[in-house]
Design a protein around this ligand. Sequence first.
Ligand SMILES: [Zn+2]
Length: 317
Amino acid sequence: MSSWQFAQPPTTCFTVSRLTNTVFKIVEDDMYRELPFIYVKVYPHSILILDTGCGGAARDPTVHLKSLRQFIETWPIIDNAGKPINERGRKPYVVVQSHLHYDHICAMEQFTGSTIVASSYSKLFVTSDLATHSLCRSLGIRTPNYQITKWAGDCDFLTHNNFDLKIQVLHTPGHTPDSLALWDEEENMLYVGDTLYEWAPTIFPNEGDIVDWLGSMDKLYAFVKEKTTFLIQEQSSNTEVYINCGHVTSYGPALEILGQMNEFTLAILRGSVPIMGESIKRGERNVVYGRQGTDRFVVLCPERLILEARDKLEIVV
Ligand SMILES: [Zn+2]
């Protein structure tokens, strides 16, 4: 047995991989098992962050580094020539929230003083009762205290310090009223937050709206279709648009995934997908369509949202 004291290498609740030339995907291993995806895009003069995760509520509380900002500024990354994403925090941040759920906003306080962007679609939803809308209250989590500094309109392009980030904001209400997507026109990448993903239930909270969501899905599908047609006409070397979600799915074929998910949800509304499970969440009966753990698409939502959507769309089952 050796008497040497070996230093332990530092540990963290974040893992990181390079998604594109300019974007890193960080995944937080959190105690709620959300495993949120945090996307960080590097510009010459700025760092754009889409969502901030669960605020370091690590599944393993003994890990050394739990601060997202510290991770971005200090953690050496093999895919980045051994350097942190934003060494010594030299570049200022623009932080965008795809929507206000706790697993996307709980590290926002670490970026106080930075530009913080949210959808302008329903400011009141964001500014009133964040504790309830973020789900912090129902989970017994302290609600983060931060200020939105820029309300992004639908189709707005983001700028930072007069620098064009070449990122377009698309309002996509449905999962929540404030849900948004980002379109990276230089890399043909669409970032959609929790609007959908594969291999895990796409969840609607009590504040969700399936008719709005279908409208947003149609909008995203048409948007991607138009971009794909343009890329084909331009004889671009890559004509695929990729979709990147808040959980599970990244770098997926956007058009195919959007189309399949839309079909699945319409089949639910027509009554052709059986309910596979039910539970009471925040006082409402929630139902599960699809088999969790095996099906590519699963929807978990308050049953009320399905009944309301059938009513509004005049679908008789
Ligand atoms: Zn969400």
